[in-house]
Design a protein around this ligand. Sequence first.
Ligand code: ADP
Length: 508
Amino acid sequence: MKPPTRKILIIDDSPEDRAEMRRLLLAGSETRYRFTEAERGADGLRLCRDSGDGLPDVVLLDFQLPDMNAADLLAELCKGGDLPPFPVVVITGTDKRSGPELLRAGAQDFLGKSWTTAESLTRAVENAIDRFALLTERKQVEEQLRASEARFRQIANTMPQIAWAARPDGYCDYYNERWYEFTGFSRSEEGQSSWEPILHPDDVQRCLDTYSDCIRSGTPYSIEYRFKDRASGGYRWFLGQALPVRDERGEITRWFGTCTDIDDQKRAEERLEAIVAERTEKLQETISELETYSYSISHDLRTPLRGIRNYAQILEEECRDEIGTPGREYIRRIVTSAERMDRLIQDVLVYSRVARTEITLENVDLEALLNGILEGYPQFQSPDAEVIVARPLPWVRGNVSALTQCLSNLVGNAVKFVPPGVVPQVKISASIGDKRVRISIQDNGIGIDPQMHGKIFGIFNRLSPGYEGTGIGLAVVRRAAERMGGEIFVESEPGKGSTFHLELNGVA
Ligand code: ADP
């Protein structure tokens, strides 16, 4: 490759010295030079500004000129900065003491006239060019860094949140303006002592623990706490979040964080929670009043109902000849309706009782309880039904009367909801999970449409009109299960039978 042509400006009042420099530079060097020359500082400066073919690659500057010295000329070139627009090598005569001063003034090198050789002058010129290029590059990088830092500060200061930055060890060394406005702290306040004193005393330990855990493990954090508000003297809720910034090796180089004022939101939440709690309490009171009310109404209804049924039966017995066949049929219907109504009232009473009465939990022998239920009802026994129990069954945490209610209703439904002419086949089993026992009652009945699975546990919801019932049984099961800390759900499809699962706590 062809070596570059260097444009050299020589500013020196001695024509002999200028000629000597030209000679030395041209002697034996591969590099091609084009020279411009000036005798006085002012002429040199003018040539620097408008030499016609761009800036020189290097200026060789005589230390003492007739109108100014090298330091003054450098100051003119640097215009207050620390670098001239091109490299300058000062030729200092015999005195080398002013060298460091010249470097500080912006020169890239200095050489004594008396010891200038072709080699040292060429090397000084080339070194000055290289050094100047490096310095210019560094200056540009520094400027870019300053600009990016300024941009960052500008963004950080325009955001509505408090922003901060910390060293990898968690020491906070930067806050945006919001912080100083909020706290009134001085800018010299850094580190943990800059934020810990304004934390609410109840939040200090939690915050310190979270902060040090995250700094240690390098995980981002998000935590709510209260800061003292200088303006009001009270505390305000903040959401503090922080993220680590990592280098290409994955090492944390910095932490950046924000503190967002969520006080209004938090207070609104608290107000809402208080309102919800108050309303729930009122609702609970109303429900329990209604339950008491419906219990006493249901209870009182049974007495006149018993009267209707008794008098209808007396009428039937004592006046059977006068009222004839149609009359007897009407009386039979009255009695049937009264009995149905009585069953309904009894079921409502059971439901209210399950909802109202205190339930104490105890360890219950499931197997013994189930045996008692199965033996107590003929419809659960052969030949009316085939009920298989996968023994042994575990003990559960429950209430004997509530559990009896659940199991008799579930087994009762399992043997009831079968297609006509089909012998009910019921399998009762239990499985023990993590702290819970699941009791499953599987039947070969008509099954239930999956869309109705949620509905059947509601009170008075009946799906199968062809079957006797009040629509209260499963509502009782759900209530009783809930009161025992358990739950009930079903798996079923029409025509494929049903499996009801009752889940309760096991015995520890
Ligand atoms: P009832 O048995 O008095 O009708 P439940 O509350 O016990 O009321 O049941 C509600 C409805 O759920 C029933 O009407 C029936 O349609 C359906 N159901 C309950 N158990 C079964 C079952 N084992 N198989 C099919 N359907 C059932």
